[in-house]
Design a protein around this ligand. Sequence first.
Ligand code: NAI
Ligand code: MG
Length: 478
Amino acid sequence: MLFINNEWVDSQSGKTLDTFNPHDGSIIAKVAEGDKTDIDLAVSAAKIAFHRNSEWRLLDASARGQILCRFADLVKRDLQYLADLESYNNGMLINFARWAIAGSEKSIRYIASLADKIQGDTLPADGDVFAYTLKQPMGICGLILPWNVPVLMFINKVVTALAAGCTVVVKPAEQTPLTALALAALLKEAGLPAGVVNVVNGYGPSAGAALTHHPGVAKISFTGSVEVGKLIQKAAGANNLKRVTLELGGKSPLVIMADADLDMAVRTAAFAVFGNQGQMCIAASRLYVQSSIYDKFVEKAVEFAKNIKIGNPSEPTTQHGPQIDEEMMNKVLHYIEKGQQEGGKLLIGGQRIGDQGFYIQPAVFSNVTDDMTIAKEEIFGPVQSILKFDTLEEVIDRANKTSYGLAAGIFTTSVTNALQFSKHVEAGIIWVNNYLSFPPQCPFGGFKDSGIGRENGMDCVNSYLEVKTVNMALSKKF
Ligand code: NAI
Ligand code: MG
């Protein structure tokens, strides 16, 4: 079903798309497949819901926040169900899903608390005038989601747009259509008026492109590949002038200095690239280890990877699950082959496991150099590429030699190293002696080709708001 105007409806064409369980490749559901016609209907519903006299627009800002807090309560109530569904449809480890959804519930509460703190300024304007600013919702927003952390993505984008007072049409990834529908049902239960949130499942070039080209849509927020991010930016200028927030890929460097706590660095570096089967935009896919500890580190990294327990993601003791689908599995296996051809030393893993489902044993490469494909392109899979460096100066330059700029990390006990690295590396998020933490209070997003704009943090609602200046004459001479 599609979710339009708080109702469950079939797609106008009557078409459906199959959705799979990555654990064994079996079809788990047929889901209504929307296209341009359904997007048009959803945008119409969102437009009515955005009318200045609509129930939604007439709500107090604090009441918007309260609906979102109720939504947080319902996500908490249904956490296990949502985590099971996420794990079933995405192949995400059940514990990882629970962790991600529990974090998302906190995000909702944080962002909801901003709804009634959106305020303008009074301005010391020249002339005999009274001038002030209003911050107002942009309008109808198209939110296009990826498949790698579907619940978290839905929540981050939808809740921020709603806190700002916008209405939305969500286009989930075709691989993971289910949790978005479950969350839409919870938003309705929380009391959200009809038409404020609409969910249209479907494919990128049809439903997604219809949304990005729709003249009634004021803004697109997208998370996914750089390739599609560029298409979206183009489409955003094709009819009207849409605002865009883009959260794209990365090739994030993680640097281990010789003075670091070695065991902690080995463990964190593994989680930083194997977590969620490597399907993370922030994956630490370039691991730079200082030459004096390189051999020791590689030995420990291999030992760590060897002991990772691979299996059904719904078992709580499993540490590594399947890739999302056959296409992504083959893409990752291809990178592993290329890594070997170009001279990388595959020390462990890298093979498909079994012939059912989309499992790859986590791979560790040593002797990787900056010019190799596995050190340059986003793999989005469980491939740890270990590179060697001598000095901090050198590694900062090498870290920046990429078109990406999402995240970076350093393990060191020297404050100077940490500060120098944090100042000079071109990335939106820097982790020092940790990796992967992104609390809702902290802005999240990238430099360069990793994106445009930021999600989370105090200013997150601003990217869904327009600033209006009101300039009022106080006398005839101004
Ligand atoms: P994708 O960028 O094609 O898909 C993401 C979303 O965009 C999906 O909802 C898809 O339906 C939609 N989409 C696709 N083409 C579109 C179009 N022309 N107009 C509007 N929407 C469109 O990503 P895909 O193909 O699933 O994965 C390819 C690569 O992208 C991965 O290997 C990975 O490197 C990267 N990726 C990065 C993510 C991140 O978190 N930044 C998430 C998912 C993928
Ligand atoms: Mg694609």
